[in-house]
Design a protein. Structure first.
Length: 160
């Protein structure tokens, strides 16, 4: 079953690479007491994700925070080393937390897992954006397969 507006974010452990190494990020702690703009991409370093999706959130970080967002996070079914390298290549800095869902467990728990095996990608996450307010989904935008626009930072800004 796919997560919906009003649902609680499922408990999961994601990973974040930072200057201290690899840190475990528990979803129940990460979203507690905050309003978070969360977006998912099918893969780090992929064309649309690198050219549009991630840059949109980096470029609009201040505008999102001006609309009541406390933090911004990107999640992908990649390992934390890849997410860290992608963050560095995209000059993300501290604007977006780059969360690794290496085994796709979070994507599956959300009901947003997709099978990209036909393209040699294996199990991945659908492209989406959401606002999570104190652990509950407030806004949810899931893209049709192969599309981009509904989950963009600009679209999310228009909903806030």
């Amino acid at each position: 079953m796919t997560i919906s507006v009003g649902d609680q974010i499922p408990a999961a452990t994601l990973r974040l690479k930072n200057e201290d190494g690899i840190q475990e990020v528990k979803t129940d702690e990460f979203f507690k007491g905050k309003r978070v703009a969360l977006f998912a991409v099918p893969g780090a370093f992929t064309p649309t994700c690198s050219a549009k999706h991630l840059p949109g959130f980096v470029d609009n970080a201040d505008a999102l925070k001006g609309k009541g967002i406390d933090s911004i996070a990107c999640v992908s079914v990649n390992d934390p080393f890849v997410m860290g390298a992608w963050a560095e290549a995209q000059n993300v800095g501290d604007k977006v937390a780059m969360l690794a869902d290496g085994n796709g467990e979070f994507a599956k728990a959300l009901g947003l897992e997709m099978d990209g095996s036909g393209f040699g990608l294996g199990k991945r996450s659908h492209r989406y954006s959401m606002v999570v307010n104190d652990g509950k989904v407030e806004i949810l935008n899931v893209e049709p397969a192969g599309s981009f626009g509904e989950s963009s930072a600009e679209a999310l800004l228009g909903q806030l």
